[in-house]
Design a protein around this ligand. Structure first.
Ligand SMILES: *[C@@H]1O[C@H](CO)[C@@H](O)[C@H](O)[C@H]1NC(C)=O
Ligand SMILES: *[C@@H]1O[C@H](CO)[C@@H](O)[C@H](O)[C@H]1NC(C)=O
Length: 118
């Protein structure tokens, strides 16, 4: 019994430390990319937007975007007016405020099929 309690307290302590550690690393939460329209199949010539957002604390952020690890310029919303398969790849974003930089978002894989939108 007592051993279980000790173990439980130790686990909680470690978890609390991890949370404090990750907070101390930066005040900017990890961003995520949402795609509009939602869905795994995008047709040629469709208009697509990718939105890099953080769940809180989004004031005054700068946005950094990568396609297949290559940096490109965009603000929070990246718009592709007319999709084609050359846009296919893995997109990630990152947010920055002053000298504080978030971790990278999870990748979003864009997959455009070579057919025109109906
Ligand atoms: C981007 O995503 C955020 C979080 O879901 C949302 O609040 C915001 O309205 C979106 N912006 C646009 C232009 O869709
Ligand atoms: C950012 O870093 C630069 C150079 O290290 C420093 O001069 C500046 O004061 C920092 N800005 C903030 C807001 O911390």
């Amino acid at each position: 019994m007592a051993r279980h309690e000790e173990l439980f307290i130790a686990v909680i302590t470690v978890l609390v430390c991890l949370v404090q550690e990750s907070k101390a690393d930066g005040n900017i939460p990890k961003p995520q990319i949402t795609q509009t329209p939602v869905g795994s199949v995008i047709y040629r010539n469709e208009k697509i937007t990718l939105n890099c957002s953080v769940p809180w604390n989004s004031l005054g952020l700068d946005y950094i975007w990568y396609k297949d690890a290559t940096l490109f310029n965009s603000n929070q919303i990246y718009t592709i007016d007319s999709a084609d398969p050359s846009r296919n790849g893995e997109y990630k974003c990152q947010v920055k405020r002053d000298n504080d930089t978030s971790e990278l978002s999870d990748p979003l894989t864009l997959s455009v099929v070579g057919k025109d939108v109906k």
